[in-house]
Design a protein around this ligand. Structure first.
Ligand SMILES: [Zn+2]
Ligand SMILES: [Zn+2]
Length: 273
């Protein structure tokens, strides 16, 4: 299984020299099975480059999964070139418990917001419901409901003996949330690694309770409680510079020497064999 991060920024894209290392594109994750099946998770601004890659690789059968439909997870969709090609077959999966994905994506592709209308695109797009489990090729996908305004889905991908979890836009310790913390611990137990929302530092989080995001230290607690040693922070705050993220990662590496701690960066690739 190949995993490539195309967008790791939260809330809004940023573009300046202080954020070059980790990147400024909003959420988009690419997963490819060992037999070449294509899975795209979310359509933040990072999806534009992924579209270029898929066309170069002649990948025309595309499965898309949406964690939820906040702007930073859908705003790249109108710039995902494969949807403008008649040869593309795109299956789009979203939870039926949240807004219907067709409705959510159609809203931003209507005039006066965008000149190309979703229902008039030349590619073959099919909308499907993402339930608790889904299998694409040899990859099994399980979901969990995150604690996030308007809900979001956490995802776990398993192919053979390899697995990883992607939990973005999730407030682990939200007292009014849908899912108690212990369920997230159970969800990620046994994975090779997990990527988790770590938008805030502890002091900022106190002013952001109920906003649907977690802290670096909460993501580390999850790693400890689930016994997973490989941790990656994502959904970087738009105000977090490379220097700031470097300092935070260094601090947690010092505090947790037995853990492999990284910050997600646009363009980063992980191969699970
Ligand atoms: Zn987000
Ligand atoms: Zn969100």
């Amino acid at each position: 299984m190949i995993i490539k991060l195309y967008g790791t920024r939260g809330s809004i894209a940023v573009a300046n020299k202080e954020t070059k290392k980790y990147g400024g594109n909003t959420t988009c994750l690419y997963v490819e099975s060992n037999s070449g099946d294509v899975i795209v998770v979310d359509a933040g601004t990072g999806i534009r480059l992924l579209g270029v890659h898929l066309i170069q690789e002649k990948k025309s059968k595309i499965n898309m999964l949406f964690t939820h439909y906040h702007w930073d997870h859908i705003q790249g969709f109108p710039f995902f070139t494969p949807i403008f090609l008649p040869s593309s077959v795109v299956d789009i999966y979203g939870s039926s418990k949240m807004t219907d994905p067709k409705k959510a994506l159609s809203y931003q592709m209507t005039r006066p917001y965008f000149p190309a209308i979703l229902s008039e695109l030349p590619s073959k797009i099919t909308f499907k419901t993402l339930k608790n489990k889904l299998t694409i090729g040899d990859i099994d996908i399980q979901t969990i409901i995150n604690n996030h305004p308007d809900q979001a889905l956490g995802l776990k991908f398993t192919e053979g003996k390899n697995s990883f979890a992607f939990l973005t836009d999730n407030e682990l310790f939200d007292k009014n949330g849908n899912t108690p913390y212990e369920k997230f611990v159970d969800f990620i137990k046994g994975v090779n690694f997990f990527i988790h929302d770590a938008q805030y530092k502890d002091d900022i989080y106190k002013k952001r309770l109920g906003w649907g995001h977690s802290t670096y230290s909460q993501a580390m607690k999850l790693a400890e409680d689930a016994g997973v040693r490989n941790v990656m922070f994502t959904h970087h705050d738009h105000g977090s510079t490379d220097k700031c993220i470097d300092g935070i990662v260094k601090g947690y590496r010092g505090k947790y020497p037995k853990y492999n701690i990284q910050a997600a960066a646009d363009g980063k690739t992980i191969i699970l064999k």
